[in-house]
Design a binder for this molecule. Structure first.
Ligand code: UD1
Length: 425
């Protein structure tokens, strides 16, 4: 196990470059496996979730090379669709459920364990499975999930909630179905559009991605392609918040500012100046920050994945801020960790609402914080950057799931973050 040791109180300056979007690339890897030809994917982040997914597709027969940020997938040899054995490590990664869509589309079925991922709520997958049923698949959802069909057929799917995962999984499966599939109330996140663009480059016929109505006209075969993944919206937001919290001026490069509109709007309400051009964001922050009320919502609303990092700015704001988490049932527990270094926060009985009273400073000297999940980990790191003293953050393997070179990028900006091996005393 590893920890971060963070010496707080240093301002950040300079530039940071954003890498490809985790939640896009995980869908794209599964989509690439729908074909039996090679795909080459650029701007792929070196993060644990990508490594784990690569291990899984290698175990089922794909050949993979990952050098620099270029991922080459040769899916021709995939021959294993029963992945119920623990050795396949399916339950170590939430996005492994995208292979259900791949198995149905390419092989008419498969068997996988229930997905893993961050413990931030119940995280059901009924919408994925009901959608597969609408495409004519038989689904058995017990300890293992088994999907089977004698050839998927297009169908009309109305998602009860615009689930990111279900929208991607159903686009993957329906790309090789016979006939036309309509997904209504689809998720509209930028990574949905990216996965659809990738599938279209493979020869799929997907229209409307990025709106709530997606139409997929099934094709007989998909081919390999070359593609570059969009920049990560959540990595961008994390550096914007880190810069603001440390009252710093930084430039965030290789990003798509329009994807950050909801966060930029919150920055404006808090009185934090932000400027953008085509692919860069400049943050120029100085306290005081105004308190805000933020409710998470599907895109283009405020992303749940930035709710936790944003809380650190609320802690540093004047007055009382409020969070309403509308996507996941239990994504506020990290506030109890932040209380250890001086945050004043109250989580309400519904577990989805919290109020945060601003404080002048945080003191994390010689405090140990435990990372509960990926984005909460980013929040703890940002809080430690602004705290007095040296704070230890444990269980950073969660952070490694989703941030490429996190401490290197922060240190290049002027932070003092060291990675420690807990086994070495
Ligand atoms: C994805 C992202 C995650 C992000 C989330 C919301 C990946 C690998 N993960 O997660 O980082 O926080 O989108 O932007 O891309 N739900 C159901 N039934 C379903 C599916 C979802 O009830 O079949 C519920 C979930 O329990 C949750 C909500 O819908 O409360 C949102 O889930 P969803 O949008 O599917 O998120 P994920 O795909 O799990």
């Amino acid at each position: 196990m590893e920890s971060y040791l963070i010496e707080g109180g240093h301002k950040l300056s300079g530039e940071v470059s954003i890498t490809g979007a985790k939640n896009a690339v995980l869908g794209i890897i599964a989509a690439a496996c729908l074909s039996d030809e090679v795909s080459t994917i650029e701007n792929v982040p070196h993060i644990q979730d990508v490594y784990k997914f690569i291990e899984i597709i290698k175990r089922i027969g794909a050949k993979v090379q990952f050098n620099n940020n270029v991922l080459r997938i040769d899916p021709k040899g995939i021959n294993q669709t029963d992945c119920s054995d623990q050795a396949y490590n399916f339950n170590k990664l939430r996005a492994s459920y995208y292979l259900l869509g791949t198995f149905l589309g390419r092989f008419n079925g498969g068997k996988v364990p229930r997905p893993g991922g961050c413990a931030i709520g119940d995280r059901k997958i009924n919408l994925h499975l009901d959608g597969f049923r609408q495409l004519g698949a038989k689904v058995d959802d017990n300890v293992m999930i088994t999907v089977k069909s004698s050839g998927l057929k297009g169908g009309d799917i109305l998602l009860e909630f615009p689930s990111v995962g279900a929208t991607i999984n159903l686009m993957i499966a329906a790309s090789l179905a016979k006939g036309v599939t309509h997904i209504s109330n689809a998720a509209k996140e930028p990574h949905i559009v990216d996965v659809a663009n990738f599938l279209n480059r493979m020869g799929a016929k997907i229209r409307g991605a990025g709106t709530e109505d997606i139409t997929i006209t099934g094709v007989d075969k998909l081919h390999g392609t070359e593609y570059s993944v969009i920049p990560d919206q959540i990595e961008t937001g994390t550096y914007m918040i880190a810069a603001a919290a440390t009252e710093s001026d930084i430039v965030i490069k290789n990003t798509i500012p329009i994807h950050m509109k909801s966060l930029i709007d919150v920055f404006k309400q808090m009185g934090i100046p932000v400027e953008t051009n085509e692919d860069e964001i400049y943050v120029m922050a100085k306290r005081p920050f105004k308190a805000v009320q933020v409710s998470t919502a599907p895109y283009p609303g405020f992303p749940t994945d930035l709710q936790q990092p944003l809380a650190v700015l609320m802690i540093l704001a004047d007055g009382q801020s409020r969070i309403k988490e509308n996507i996941f049932e239990s994504r506020l527990g990290y506030l109890n960790e932040l209380k250890k270094i001086g945050a004043k926060a109250k989580i309400y009985d519904d577990k989805k609402t919290a109020t945060i009273d601003g404080v002048n400073e945080l003191n994390g000297d010689e405090v140990e914080l435990i990372t509960p999940d990926l984005r909460a980990g980013a929040a703890l790191v940002i809080a430690a950057l602004v705290s007095d003293g040296t704070t230890r953050i444990k269980d950073i393997h969660y952070i490694d799931r989703g941030y490429e070179d996190f401490e290197e990028k922060l240190n290049k900006l002027g932070a003092k973050v060291a990675r420690l091996d807990d086994e070495v005393v």
